[in-house]
Design a protein around this ligand. Structure first.
Ligand code: NAD
Length: 338
């Protein structure tokens, strides 16, 4: 970073729910600034543009034609990601794509190939990589304190958060099902902490809120790894009370255990030399600011993207296989791709 560097001009495509977190991060960034937003709901785009003092457009085409836009954060529903991702990259802009990278393994590779061919940064919004607790866990693993990770358990359970029965998330054709929609976060964390891509997945799910649901609002994915390690990823949006939101993280290594229990403030590491407590949490406003910083560094050519594109593709591979496992009741094997 040079002292007189101008902030990276960022445009946001789709200004619904998650765009608010990205806009909050942009407001406090010294290295990037929001220059334009667009939404198919043009009135919404204008309203946000007025509040954020940036340009507002009714289509991605118009936003991409704006020369002040050097990089784009795509915050639209999952089924739009492949097409919009390619469009952004074809316009020569760096891309931070909200997760999942695409709805299909082929689609994920199409976007990744486009970025590689054009030498543009492609980051995918696996935001849980940037929470204080996730980073602390990775740091404890990297320090060798618990030996080699053998088992990971990620539980991310909560109540109903989706607006109504018309929400696109509830339509598997639009969201990819719960494995794609939220499962990719958990798969990414498990593979990152184990330190290798998963090679198999077995999934079971329930329609806990209503049998009328087409996605599994309660979902458990069991991952197998070539080294013999394994992981259980449990994600739910069907808990009671509806305001429930709890998280449990466990990494069992050959020499110790890292644990973040659901009602805890921090992370504990048990090894033969004792117990260490890390006062970190996952709520932090720093999460999206860190994700943005990492993206800007990659766009400026100072660092690799986080997570690596191969990991984002891997998360799609596993999630799509998980949906297949839900349908077939079988374990699905996946060729190592990350
Ligand atoms: N990282 C996270 O923790 C996290 C959390 C929530 C959502 N997400 C992801 O963010 C994305 C958006 O989710 P959301 O909850 O904000 O959805 P949302 O429905 O609240 O908002 C999506 C917005 O995109 C607009 N839109 C749809 N198609 C468009 C297009 N072609 N061009 C421009 N605008 C378009 C809609 O009008 C809407 O305003 C999804 O991919 C989702 O998986 C990530």
């Amino acid at each position: 970073m040079t002292e007189n560097e101008a902030p990276l001009g960022v445009g946001i495509v789709g200004v619904g729910g998650i765009a608010l977190s990205h806009m909050a991060a942009l407001r406090v960034s010294t290295r990037a600034r929001l220059v334009a937003v667009c939404d198919v709901d043009a009135a919404r785009a204008s309203e946000v543009a007025y509040a954020e003092r940036c340009a507002g457009y009714g289509s991605a085409e118009e936003l991409l034609a704006d020369e002040a836009v050097e990089a784009v954060i795509v915050c639209t529903p999952n089924m739009t990601h492949e097409e919009l991702g390619v469009q952004v990259l074809e316009a020569g802009k760096h891309l931070l794509m909200e997760k999942p990278l695409a709805l299909t393994p082929d689609g994920a590779r199409v976007v990744a190939d486009e970025a590689a061919a054009r030498g543009l940064a492609l980051a995918v919004g696996h935001s849980h990589r940037f929470t204080d607790q996730s980073l602390a866990i990775r740091e404890i693993i990297d320090a060798g304190d618990i030996g080699t990770p053998q088992f990971v358990r990620v539980v991310m359970n909560g109540g109903w958060i989706w607006p109504g029965w018309q929400s696109w998330v509830l339509n598997p054709a639009l969201s990819g099902g719960h494995s794609l929609h939220n499962g990719t976060h958990l798969v990414d964390m498990a593979s990152w902490w184990i330190g290798e891509p998963a090679t198999s997945v077995f999934a079971v799910g329930q329609h806990a809120t209503s049998e009328a649901l087409e996605i599994h609002d309660y979902l458990v994915m069991e991952l197998g790894f070539a080294s013999g390690a394994s992981a259980v990823c449990e994600i739910s949006r069907g808990e009671r009370p509806r305001s429930a939101s709890y998280l449990e993280l466990t990494v069992v290594g050959t020499e110790g255990v890292i644990s973040r229990s659901w009602d805890a403030e921090g992370v504990l590491a048990w090894t033969d030399s004792g117990l260490t407590a890390w006062g970190v949490d996952g709520s932090g406003s720093r999460t999206f600011a860190r994700e943005l910083d990492a993206f800007v560094a990659a766009a400026r050519g100072e660092a690799e993207v986080v997570p690596p594109v191969s990991a984002a593709i891997h998360a799609v591979d596993i999630a799509v296989a998980s949906e297949e496992s839900l349908r077939s009741g079988r374990t699905i094997e996946i060729g190592a791709s990350a």
